[in-house]
Ligand binder design. Structure first.
Ligand SMILES: *Cc1c(COP(=O)(O)O)cnc(C)c1O
Length: 467
């Protein structure tokens, strides 16, 4: 019998989580105006809101915390981190930042100007925000398969070369500071990009003299998918695959809160000295001096160790294996989920789960609330609330995908928690026809409404149910 994967760690410290009753949860979610962001974390049993900064550090990382060097200039922890990034990712130049969006702010300040276009594969919200803030445009060139939750494709995060070519052809190279490849493609569901696609994007861009940059929050997870799914990579180590990826680009921004295995942090890696010098000025202005950039020395030291751990096959196999375990359980129960499963989360397809609720009643949010009431499990809506209103017409934007994301923190929950989540969703699924009312908005902010929105239950049964 083939042995299953097992966690390549044992547990040295535990954190108690509180069990709660359905009655309590019904009360609390109402008090939170049916906004999962407004729930206190002690009212949540299993928290799948995000995998960002929510993972568990190892004993070796905690040891680094104790021995970190807090010197303002020339910190030993900085040097360790810089050398680790060079060794693992191959970038000669390195700037620490306090998190991923800060890295974007610094790098984009040096590279993007008004009127520019930045093609890529489903830019992350903060990335898009930092591009649009500079009056430039992010153009999504993700392959069409990414938008069909049932389409099976091993690398659903890929860029469509024809779409990219159209953008590169239509704009002079002075208007395209870079093409951005996000690995894994978070917005499309944590879906990976293949090495072949990265190579071909790089070749196409070099034809137009446009550099390639990477958004690498989950680069190690992406490397795992290349190893396990792409021809020719089965016998390569994760570290070799990671190295190869970065031969195809000029630089990267990182949110260390994901594959860095730390609770806060980010960085920029670069190959070009002139660009590094330009970015340095912005780093000092926005983040801090170049040897700490908004991070404590101890956090830089823990990050260096986290990067080494995240780029091992054993870690990735159990991390991605756990996500897959949950996905397979849900499929077994008939719950409609996005396939293939992404690296960091399972996405439940609310349009297929609650087909009788119209999109203007926020089916994914409704599902998230039902799951919380059922079990104390907190997911997050990736649907109409998040998509917000069109800035010009002020009409709701209805995205193709209406999803409830269950993001799995790294090394935090056990397989029993996965069973618990799956059983809870199955219970909601079994009573899906009784969920006949969606929600309406009572208050919303002019932008980024999902964080602070206040909702109330629709008083009438949805028209679609009656029809
Ligand atoms: C999280 C994330 C960011 C932003 O990083 P923060 O650390 O949250 O600021 C950027 N890009 C991707 C793909 C991400 O997942």
């Amino acid at each position: 019998m083939k042995l299953p994967y097992a966690e390549p760690f044992k547990i040295k410290m535990v954190e108690t989580i509180k069990t709660t009753t359905r009655e309590e949860r019904e009360e609390w979610i109402k008090e939170a105006q049916f906004n999962l962001f407004k729930l206190d974390s002690d009212k949540v049993f299993v928290d799948l809101l995000t995998d960002s900064g929510t993972g568990a550090m190892s004993d070796k990382q905690w040891a680094e915390v104790m021995t970190g060097d807090e010197s303002y200039a020339g910190s030993r922890s900085f040097t360790t981190l810089k050398n680790t990034v060079k060794e693992l990712l191959g970038f000669e130049y390195f700037l620490p930042t306090h998190q991923g969006r800060a890295a974007e702010n610094v790098l984009f300040s040096a590279m993007i100007k008004e009127g520019d276009v930045v093609p890529g594969n489903s830019h992350f919200d903060t990335t898009k925000g930092h591009i649009e803030f500079r009056k430039a445009r992010a153009i999504d060139c993700t392959i069409d398969e990414a938008f069909d939750t049932k389409a099976i494709h091993p690398f659903k995060g890929n860029l469509d070369l024809e779409k990219l070519d159209t953008v590169l052809k239509a704009n002079p190279k002075e208007r395209i500071p870079f093409t951005l490849i996000t690995i894994t493609n978070n917005t499309a569901g944590g879906q990976p990009v293949s090495m072949q696609n990265i190579r071909e994007v790089s070749e196409l861009c070099s034809k137009y003299e446009v550099p390639v940059f990477f958004d690498i929050a989950r680069f190690a997870e992406n490397a795992y998918f290349i190893k396990t799914r792409e021809e020719g990579y089965a016998n390569k180590s994760i570290k070799d695959i990671v190295k190869e990826i970065f031969t195809y680009g000029e630089g990267a921004t990182m949110s260390s809160k994901k594959d860095g295995l730390v609770n806060i942090g980010g960085f920029i890696g670069l190959k070009n000295e002139e660009l590094y010098r330009k970015a340095t000025t912005f780093n000092i202005m926005f983040e801090g001096f170049i040897t700490y950039g908004g991070m404590a020395g101890r956090d830089m030291a823990a990050l260096a160790q986290g990067l080494r751990e995240a780029t091992t096959f054993e870690f990735l196999e159990s991390r991605i294996g756990q996500v897959k375990y949950l996905g397979e359980k849900l499929l077994e129960y008939g719950v409609p989920v996005q396939e293939p499963f992404g690296g960091h989360a399972i996405f439940v397809d609310a349009k297929r789960f609650l087909p009788h609720l119209p999109q203007n009643e926020f089916p994914a949010q409704t599902l998230g609330i039902e799951l919380y009431i059922e079990s104390g499990v907190r997911g997050v809506e990736i649907g109409t609330l998040l998509a917000d209103r069109d800035p010009e017409t002020r009409q709701n934007r209805y995205p193709d995908l209406e999803l409830l994301r269950l993001a799995i923190p790294r090394r935090t929950y056990t397989q029993n928690h996965m069973d618990y989540i799956a059983a809870a969703l199955k219970n909601v699924y079994d009573r899906r026809n009784e969920i006949t009312q969606g929600f309406e908005i009572e208050y919303e902010a002019p932008i980024m409404r999902h964080f602070t929105v206040e909702l109330k239950r629709k008083e009438t049964v949805s028209l679609n149910v009656l029809a």
